[in-house]
Design a protein around this ligand. Sequence first.
Ligand code: PHE
Length: 345
Amino acid sequence: MIKERIQELMTQVQQMQAQSAEQMEALRIKYLSKKGEITELFNQFREVPKEEKKELGMQLNALRQMAESRLQEMREAFEAQRAAEDKPDLTRTPEPIALGTRHPLSLTKEEIVDIFSRLGFTVAEGPEVEDDKHVFGMLNFAPEHPARDMQDTFFVEKEEGVQKPTDILLRTHTSSVQTRVMTSQKPPIRVLCPGRVYRNEAISARAHCFFHQVEGLYIDKNVSFADLRQALMYFAKEMFGPDTKIRLRPSYFPFTEPSAEMDISCNICGGTGCGFCKQTGWVEILGCGMVDPNVLESCGIDSKEYSGYAFGMGVERITNLKYRVKDLRLFSENDVRFLQQFESC
Ligand code: PHE
């Protein structure tokens, strides 16, 4: 039985013809795939009586070899034909695709957002081209505050060549998103505002005319400074490791009262003092404070019923601390040699 079948298949294989690569593949499947006819014979071969095994085995192997070499011949013929016609070889293994890498600032931003999301914060976004009201006015900036000066803020000219007065500007902080959230949502509010901000600074290794922030805002009944401190301590330890210490120094922002700046123990020297922390053992990473009642009121929130805290940090600064990037300009030059270093992050 099996012997006759081998003979039959031998004849078929000898006569095999294919007009195209697809037909050739169909033949391979018909005879040699897992369920192919030749493979099937190999399965049946297990039941062949011992004395016939040797002879039949040799024949079977010869059959398989014949099928394989016939297919190989055909394949070569097709390839030669295709090369002659100069067609691209669509069956060739592709070149490895160079996948892009995630930008270090995105990595840091995502990590910050991830940490605060564990405390219940969600992300809010807003426009980069803003008006004076949302960036300064509702945030308790006095009319003569220097930030409102062209020295510090980029104003957008309404018509070409027409200088100030205009109240359209590039936002200098993402607190503008907070004002938008406060005017459109009712407390409790717990949002993070990541985004790009612009300031009129000369570009150097340590300053740039745009950078990125993540600001946070929490408004509810009975929110206290202790809540703020607790949230920031949690953030610092999650971001920089469990041994990180924090320190809050009194500061001033128009929109918070009291205000503070937060330092963390230098994560480069561990707090013993090094060039990075200017031998102090501390590095400043963010500004924060209790939302000024004037701000709540100007956004339509009753400051007798609600209180809140806010904080804001520069993503570049946190990235520098995490990945030791010394020159800010590297973040926006798109030099792949720099970006590729974050490939495995
Ligand atoms: N908006 C401040 C800045 O851009 C940061 C900040 C946010 C400070 C919230 C206090 C509270 O510098």
